[in-house]
Design a protein around this ligand. Sequence first.
Ligand code: 1HE
Length: 266
Amino acid sequence: MRGIADLTLENIVLEVDEDDIATVTLNRPAKRNALDAATIEELVDIFSTLPRAGVRAVILRSNGDHFSAGLDLVEHHRENRNASDFMHLCLRWHEAFNKMEYGGVPIIAVLKGAVVGGGLELASAAHIRVAGPDTYFGLPEGQRGLFTGGGATIRVADLIGKARMIDMMLSGRLYRGAEAVDVGLCQYMVEDAEAKAWDIARAAAKNPPLSNFAICSAISHMQNMSALDAAYAESVVAGVVNTQDAARERLAAFATGAAAKIKPAD
Ligand code: 1HE
């Protein structure tokens, strides 16, 4: 089985700290972290590997002023792709983003500057999005004579609803600030997005990995099912998760009054 040490990465920096929290950093700041075909392959490799490597949470971030400018438009222009080429490229985007969404390891995205087009599709595949004051969201595909190909019709529409997504694509509307939180493009808008993402990652990493696996795969899978099948699948997942050793220990702590209570801090 390929491990983290076997990965060959040029456009992304991958680090894992002593608490098994991985940092995945897009590292093409000179190109505003545009997603070329090679970067997508690196994302496929990384997110195929991390869930099996004992990683407990992932911070997805980028170097430079912008999270990602989306599809590498210059490469797309240069390659002069035909319909089949681009369809197969999109399937690789889906491979990468599905590995993220369904991989079972919490992914927290740190957003800044442009989160546009394919950059928003990438951010949407994370489980939690934390934005900073300069972050803005857009889907400029229409303006470029393009269409979404990395899952926006599924994930962005799911986050904000199809009417808002269509408006973004037709009118070029950009969202930022509190409005971006209100419509659902991100869950947090804070001064220091990086610090907030780390707080969330450390909190999530304290949960048993099997619980996080269910949270970060089962919920997405169940959204794709009928209510009847989802109820059945939820029962099966809960049967496995809620009887794990780590749950027994935590239940014993609660039963003896040793566990923390679920209350607001103030
Ligand atoms: C790029 C890209 C890119 C920058 N592909 N090279 N996405 C877009 O339509 C967004 C396109 N980018 C922009 O609007 C701007 O670059 C930004 C607002 C993100 C940043 O502006 P700025 O002034 O900081 O940078 P810049 O001067 O525009 O670009 C700096 C360099 O990055 C420059 O390269 P250089 O070699 O001339 O220095 C740019 O060419 C390069 N660059 N963005 C390639 N996107 C699966 S389908 C998904 C479809 C989509 O994603 S459509 C949305 C595409």
